[in-house]
Design a protein around this ligand. Structure first.
Ligand code: BJW
Length: 259
């Protein structure tokens, strides 16, 4: 990273960090579009990640998400999550926006995370939108899941659905407003582990670039929006982010237990 880029980050008053599946990859949580290992390489998004798919075959969809919930509950935060939590202590204001539906940022110590695509840990009733609490035991399912009937919410009898944003659904209004508002005030945006293919989340990057914010991409691969970034750091987030925190703010990232 050039001296001037380091200086701009060190002098930033407000940094937005936008994360995607790649930030959790080193915790063993699969991404969506990576060749060979991405979920959409093996599973059909149209049969699993739309409201129509859930209506058509609720047991197939619920069982697949229960398998994904099991992976998340067994995963631990990695050095990328820890580095992001450390940045909060170095900069006057940080807004952490994630497309991820896991809680690994929170378990690494980040607070007030803006979850653009919801959370796998917060299902709710389709009918009355009441939150549903999963039983405390971790599900034990084979790779890819198995058919599991979704529970029904006892108060109204409605079917419980995963608390995530599927294709064709709108993003949660409060989170989307908060994300855009943060981007409109930031001096720098770090995009970590996202292919920048899914809208409207990816539009935040171009929005920040248009305003003249420093835009940094951290990713081992190139993405749809490579040209929108002023700085591209190529490599796994678990290596690059702790290095960046050390170079820019002279802080050593401690490992996290992630319990
Ligand atoms: C590493 C690494 C390491 C690996 N370190 N990096 C405009 C144009 C075209 C289409 C649309 C549009 N507007 C809306 C759409 C439709 C659609 C969309 O964007 N489709 C595109 C695919 C074309 N968007 C929507 O439907 C959204 N809703 C919406 O717009 O509502 C308004 C509307 C309604 C009706 C009609 C029209 C508009 C909702 C999007 C919801 C996304 N949901 C998912 C699934 C959630 C549930 C689940 O988990 O199953 O969210 S899709 C999936 O993609 C998931 C992710 O959050 C999201 C983003 O993926 P991400 O995080 O970027 O992962 P990958 O796998 O793509 O990339 C990983 C990256 O990590 C790679 O680059 C690797 O290189 C890197 N990596 N290891 C760092 N160690």
């Amino acid at each position: 990273m050039k001296l001037n880029d380091r200086r701009q980050l060190r002098n930033a008053h407000h940094i937005v960090i936008l994360t995607g599946a790649g930030v959790s990859a080193e915790s063993g949580v699969p991404t969506f579009r990576d060749k060979e290992t991405g979920l959409w390489e093996k599973y059909d998004a149209t049969q699993l990640a739309t409201p129509w798919a859930f209506r058509e075959d609720p047991a197939l969809v619920w069982g697949w998400y229960e398998w994904r919930r099991m992976l998340i509950l067994r995963a631990k935060p990695n050095p990328a999550h820890a580095a992001i939590a450390a940045i909060v202590d170095c900069v006057p204001e940080v807004t952490l926006i994630t497309q991820n539906i896991d809680d690994l940022h929170e378990r690494a110590g980040s607070h007030a995370v803006v979850h653009l695509h919801g959370s796998l840990l917060h299902p709710y009733c389709e009918r009355c939108r009441s939150p549903y609490a999963h039983p405390s035991e971790i599900p034990d399912l084979p790779a890819g899941g198995a058919r599991v009937d979704p529970p029904h919410w006892e108060a109204c009898g409605g079917r419980v659905r995963p608390g995530i944003v599927w294709f064709g659904e709108s993003l949660p209004e409060l989170e989307w407003v908060a994300a855009r508002e943060a981007v409109d005030r930031c001096d720098a945006l770090l995009s970590v582990g996202t292919s920048s293919q899914v809208q409207p989340a990816a539009s935040l990057i171009e929005r920040a670039a248009r305003r003249g914010a420093v835009t940094v991409q951290i990713n081992p691969n190139s993405t749809e929006l490579d040209t929108a970034f002023s700085v591209r750091l190529q490599g796994p987030a678990g290596t690059i982010l702790p290095q960046l925190v050390k170079e820019v703010w002279s802080v050593r990232v401690e490992s996290v237990s992630g319990s």
